[in-house]
Every structure is written in C-alpha cells, then in structure tokens.
Ligand binder design. Structure first.
Ligand code: SF4
Ligand code: SF4
Length: 68
C-alpha cells in the first residue's frame, strides 16, 4: 500500500494581511492566526494538499508543496 502524501504549508508573513480567508476555507482546519494575527500552519500534518488556501489568498502569501 502506498504511503499517503504529506504536504507543507508555508506562509509569507510579510505578505499576509490577516484577512482570514484561508483559515475559513481550509477543510482540514490546518491554519490559524498566530500572535501577530498573521495566519500560520497550526496543524500541518492534517493538510491534504487541496490548494484551496493558496488559491483564495489575495496576497499570494501561501505556498503548499508536497513533502518529499
Ligand atoms: S488568505 Fe492570505 S492574506 Fe489572508 S490570512 Fe490567509 S495568508 Fe494571510
Ligand atoms: S492545501 Fe487545503 S488542506 Fe492544506 S492548508 Fe491549504 S486549504 Fe488546508
């Protein structure tokens, strides 16, 4: 049986304006605000790589890539 793919979610904090769109759309609740009210990957191991967060981010602050 093949191992499930795993993903990493990188947030460019300089570009994130804290709008929360990515937090709201993530089906796995991977993202949360951190203390600076910038979003961060609170539960990266739950990411399924659906790319909804990087697609919705108005500021291109999110990169989702497969872990190798
Ligand atoms: S959608 Fe983009 S700008 Fe908005 S909170 Fe998420 S990373 Fe930050
Ligand atoms: S790729 Fe999908 S599961 Fe992963 S953090 Fe973004 S919205 Fe959530």
């Amino acid at each position: 049986m093949a191992l499930a793919k795993r993903f990493e979610v990188e947030i460019n904090k300089k570009w994130c304006k804290g709008c929360g769109l990515c937090i709201g759309i993530c089906p796995k609740k991977v993202l949360e605000f951190d203390n600076d009210v910038k979003c961060g990957p609170a539960r990266p191991d739950d990411c399924i790589g659906c790319h909804q967060c990087d697609n919705i981010c108005p500021d291109f602050a999110i990169t989702v890539r497969e872990r190798v």
